[in-house]
Design a protein around this ligand. Structure first.
Ligand code: AFP
Length: 313
């Protein structure tokens, strides 16, 4: 965790001065997802890889920015694997929007000799997860399981993360939905039915319509959902039947944090942490939030047509 927080502080410092030192803009490469890599994506990846390798705790790593696994020199190998997206939301960075780092940690049964198969297992095997949000403040949110999620804020004067949000609990029902509604045309019936139900609540529910908030930066949208409640979603749709978010370094860590904070994360038909990825860069649909909100999502999927059922047929 010491190496992780060093990486986070480094990225935070670069994000703050990116415009001033000409770090904004494209690096000229595309990553494995076919997305343009920003200068800051590339730099953030290098910072994390260097700090994590030096820690001597990891046998190999998975980064959003690197096609294959990142192996650690033999003399520095440890018994864990870390997966991370060093700078999630970076397509927003030129506009000064919150971005973040997301990470998950696995204990490897074969230790330093482990192979990638040892992390292609259900997400429930994850032992730690967190994210750091580079926004109006820099917040590091962590869980090691034990039904606790702790939130720290970087004190720039001290250069240290201070515990400011102990034991974060997600409200079981919120008043906010967070999804890219520009994709409505491509949604299946279940997804449409669920979002209609929060915008046009039935008289029997006695609820008011939910407010919409969508930043387009998962860390920022999930952070708000953890603190205020509601639902964050990146569902499957006709263009992308597996959704957009990557399982190992976006969906699993965020689902783990949400569950440890008392909430739930589902694809619509399956608990996210029950998925077994086949490849390190696989994607999955995700709805995460408070237990009552996610129960409504599951009910909508149980009683309406959806792509996930089509795929399983
Ligand atoms: P970038 O890192 O390319 O900006 O993508 C961010 C992200 O993976 C995630 O943070 C957002 O929730 C999601 O994409 C937003 O995607 P849409 O722009 O399709 O809504």
């Amino acid at each position: 965790m010491n190496a992780v927080q060093v990486g986070c502080k480094f990225v935070e410092s670069c994000v703050r001065k990116a415009r001033l030192i000409n770090l904004v803009g494209l690096a000229g490469n595309t990553n494995v997802q076919g997305e343009d890599q920003k200068k800051l994506d590339v730099l953030s990846n290098e910072m994390f890889v260097n700090a994590l390798v030096a820690s001597g705790k990891f046998s190999f790593m998975v980064s959003e920015e690197v096609d294959d696994i990142v192996t650690v020199p033999e003399e520095l190998r440890g018994k864990y694997c870390i997966t991370f997206d060093p700078l999630d939301g970076s397509s927003n960075i030129d506009a000064g929007v919150n971005v973040g780092t997301i990470f998950g940690i696995w204990r490897l049964p074969s230790g330093a000799d482990a192979t990638v198969d040892e992390i292609l297992v259900p997400g429930s095997e994850i032992i730690a997860g967190g994210y750091c949000m580079y926004g109006s403040s820099c917040n590091l949110i962590l869980t090691f399981g034990n039904s606790r999620v702790e939130g720290f804020t970087l004190d720039p004067a001290l250069g240290e993360f201070i515990l400011t949000h102990p034991n974060i609990r997600i409200p079981s029902r919120g008043k906010i939905y967070s999804v890219n509604e520009g994709n409505t045309l491509y949604w299946d019936d279940a997804t449409k039915a669920y979002f209609d139900s929060v915008k046009f609540p039935s008289a029997e529910s006695g609820r008011k319509p939910y407010s919409a908030r969508y930043i387009g930066s998962m860390v920022a949208d999930v952070h708000r959902t953890l603190l205020y409640g509601g639902v964050f979603a990146y569902p499957s749709d006709r263009k992308s039947r597996s959704g957009k978010l990557r399982i190992l370094y976006e969906s699993f860590p965020m689902a783990f944090i949400t569950e440890q904070a008392g909430g739930k994360a589902t694809t619509g038909t399956q608990r996210v942490l029950d998925i077994v990825p086949k490849h390190i860069h696989d994607r999955c649909p995700i709805f995460l939030g408070g237990t009552d909100d996610i129960a409504d999502v599951e009910a909508a999927f149980a009683s309406n047509n959806n792509w996930l059922n089509d795929t399983q047929k």
